[in-house]
Design a protein around this ligand. Structure first.
Ligand code: ATP
Ligand code: BTN
Length: 255
């Protein structure tokens, strides 16, 4: 990544042609003591992972599949803030590099015209209330054609190329994403979650609208009223009461 402008992020890059999942590789490297800021990037993942145990489709040369190794100096519950920070940073990088108007869907999907172009999967190793390391896995669909997507989600997914009609340079985009991430990470370390959350809200497309939340055994419908200082969704239920939803096991659908 010649010309990378970051101070610590991506100063060490593990580049893989093909890997099962960059998150596992990153976790293994972190266990072996890889420094904070190391990045694993792959041309292809054969066993890409999505949230909630789902698969993530990561075909060769078509996207940016990468994982960041971090060690944020906070308690484990606050690590969620870094995941939301990642969504803000990648959305900002895409907007700057391509002009495409990406929006954020709670908690951390990026959408273009209602279709998902990027997902984030964070994994944490913590003990005794301390974070050992955190892996933030980011998958950006860049140059797929609509027909490259498996049929199950051809309607709900998109790539930056299908969204804009232009072929996007992946190297420029990952460079921009790493630079944005580092800037936001430093703001967060200095000033806390407030500025990150403000930016997250500005780019959100799943606030102030009617949504349905699916949990493993139930679902709720309501008005997405706000996000609290921990990143939880505040859902106004039809009966008037306010329900606090944390992102762990749930997924959101806009109505
Ligand atoms: P979330 O649960 O994160 O709010 P979600 O309910 O849309 O989002 P996820 O597990 O996050 O589900 O992501 C899976 C969905 O993401 C798929 O159903 C598909 O629509 C979309 N998607 C977009 N690009 C991809 C991709 N490259 N691989 C897999 N799924 C993708
Ligand atoms: C989701 O929205 O469900 C999360 C998708 C996360 C995909 C990225 S691609 C790089 C990293 N490695 C993985 O196996 N998953 C994440």
């Amino acid at each position: 990544l010649d010309g990378l402008s970051t101070r610590f992020l991506g100063r060490k890059i593990y580049y893989c042609d093909s890997v099962s999942t960059t998150n596992e590789t990153a976790k293994e490297l972190a266990r072996q003591g890889a420094a904070e800021g190391a990045v694993v990037v792959a041309e292809e993942q054969t066993g890409g992972k999505g949230r909630l145990g789902r698969r993530w489709f990561a075909p060769k040369y078509k996207g940016i599949w990468f994982s960041l190794i971090l060690c944020p100096p906070v308690l484990p519950p606050e690590a969620n803030q870094v995941t939301m920070l990642a969504a803000v940073a990648v959305a900002a990088a895409i907007r700057k590099e391509t002009g495409i108007a990406v929006g954020i869907k709670w908690p951390n999907d990026l959408l273009v015209s209602g279709r998902k172009i990027c997902g984030i999967l964070t994994e944490l190793s913590a003990e005794m209330e301390r974070i050992n390391y955190m892996v933030v896995g980011i998958g950006i669909n860049v140059n797929q054609e609509q027909t490259d997507f498996p049929e199950e989600f051809r309607e709900s997914a998109a790539s930056l190329r299908t969204a804009s009609g232009i072929k996007i340079n992946r190297v420029k985009l990952i460079r921009a994403a790493l630079a944005e991430f580092e800037q936001w990470y430093e703001i967060w370390l200095e000033r806390g979650f407030t500025p990150v959350l403000a930016s997250w809200k500005e780019m959100s497309v799943s606030l102030h609208c009617q949504v349905r939340i699916h949990a493993p055994n139930k679902s709720w419908e309501g008005w997405a009223e706000d996000i609290d200082s921990d990143g939880a969704l505040l859902l106004r239920l039809p009966g008037g009461e306010l329900q606090r939803v944390i992102s762990g096991e749930v997924s959101l659908r806009m109505k």
